[in-house]
Design a protein around this ligand. Structure first.
Ligand code: ZN
Length: 195
């Protein structure tokens, strides 16, 4: 297993539609293992393959352990996930490993049913609510080139949570070229200006 670097919001790969998984062989198993390790290393609740530069319809989701939430702690690794039912609506805070230093309030369905295949290609169906439903919607969006910053309704719903200098320092630490961090910053600010 290996931690793969997570790409930043300005990378065009994040804007492409990912391809359906057709082969459930060794390469996919390695990808999923690496994605799980990368998500956990970054303290993320979910990760989609395009975030590590792979345009395939694969997501992993794991909520932090919470005694009051029976869906927490469980690891989901899903291929070709699709939301087949969605209802309710709630606004909640989201962040993304590709948009470090920012969180935003995003409206999502409260309950979803996700149809997918597991890492061996077997069909699965998952009912999720609240935070887990939100995580699935966020990660599935990544497979269609959509980021949470696209879904916030107004600029005051995006907040900076760490100084940009720290984002840059982090970028150096994780070996993201500074230039990339810089253009990412411009892109987010641009986006904020446009909303
Ligand atoms: Zn994300």
């Amino acid at each position: 297993m290996a931690v793969r670097p997570v790409i930043l919001a300005n990378d065009p790969i994040l804007r492409k539609k990912s391809k359906k998984v057709k082969h459930f062989g060794e390469a996919l198993q390695v990808l999923i293992n690496d994605m799980v390790e990368s998500m956990q290393a970054a303290n993320g609740m979910g990760l989609a393959a395009p975030q590590v530069g792979v345009q395939e319809r694969v997501i992993v989701v794991q909520l932090p352990e919470d005694e009051e939430d029976p869906q927490s702690g469980k690891l989901f690794a899903l291929c070709n996930p699709q939301i087949v039912r969605a209802h309710g609506e709630e606004e909640g805070e989201e962040g993304c490993l590709c948009v470090p230093g920012y969180v935003g309030d995003v409206k999502r369905a409260t309950w979803v049913t996700v149809k997918a295949q597991d890492r061996r290609g077997r069909k699965v169906r998952i009912k999720a609510e609240g935070l887990l439903a939100r995580a699935f919607q966020h990660e599935i969006d990544h497979l269609d080139g959509i980021l949470f910053i696209d879904r916030v309704e107004s600029p005051d719903k995006i907040r900076r949570i760490v100084p940009l200098e720290e984002v840059e320092r982090e970028a150096v630490k994780t070996k993201v070229p500074l230039q990339k961090a810089e253009s990412f910053k411009v892109q987010v600010l641009d986006k904020l200006g446009k909303v």
